[in-house]
Design a binder for this molecule. Sequence first.
Ligand code: SAM
Length: 211
Amino acid sequence: MRLRNIKGSKEVIAASPYVVQNPEDYKGKWSELFHNNHPLHIEIGMGKGQFIHTLASENPDINYIGIEMYSSVLYRALEKQTAEEKPNLYFLRFDAKYLADIFAEHEVDRIYLNFSDPWPKDRHAKRRLTSPDFMKVYDQVLCGDGTVEFKTDNQGLFAYSLEAIPEAGWRIDAFTEDLHHSPMAEGNVMTEYEMKFSAMGNPICKLIASR
Ligand code: SAM
């Protein structure tokens, strides 16, 4: 997701109490930020943040961090947080490629990837958030029984992920190519993209991976 540059978004992000400005300082001690030892779930590429805001409201005993590369997108997620503050939710403007710089080994309990950019050209395959390079990074920061949960409507990216994830040494614990008509739909929280694409009639795919 790229939004038109929003004037002043960088300044709003820099001044926001909900954005962690120096995430490297919290490596190995994110529990200090939340003042508790609750499990830590992160969403990479959370866009405007509907999914993570809903989860944070529904699960006060889980700590959430939404990670987004672009200021204009993060700015939109922050508008929701300002309107309805949640003590178990923080945001980072950060490239997930460098997750191991900000989370210690096994510090994260779950990683959500929702409607990640498909990067259909072979030469961009390394940018896909389910590529072996990214799975290696997740392996570093996820706890032993931690999971990666991935949703998309993009059939090409999903087929690629079903192959690439096991090739990276992970197990696919469950998957569906039509989430909204599957038992995996129980408790499903929709993202902005999920609402848009399912309204267009696109089936939603989901997989859960662990190692
Ligand atoms: N998850 C939201 C949803 O389902 O509605 C937004 C999906 S949007 C297509 C994907 C988002 O991932 C974009 O906002 C993009 O900036 C972000 N993104 C892509 N690669 C990223 C990376 N390496 N680190 C952090 N964010 C990333």
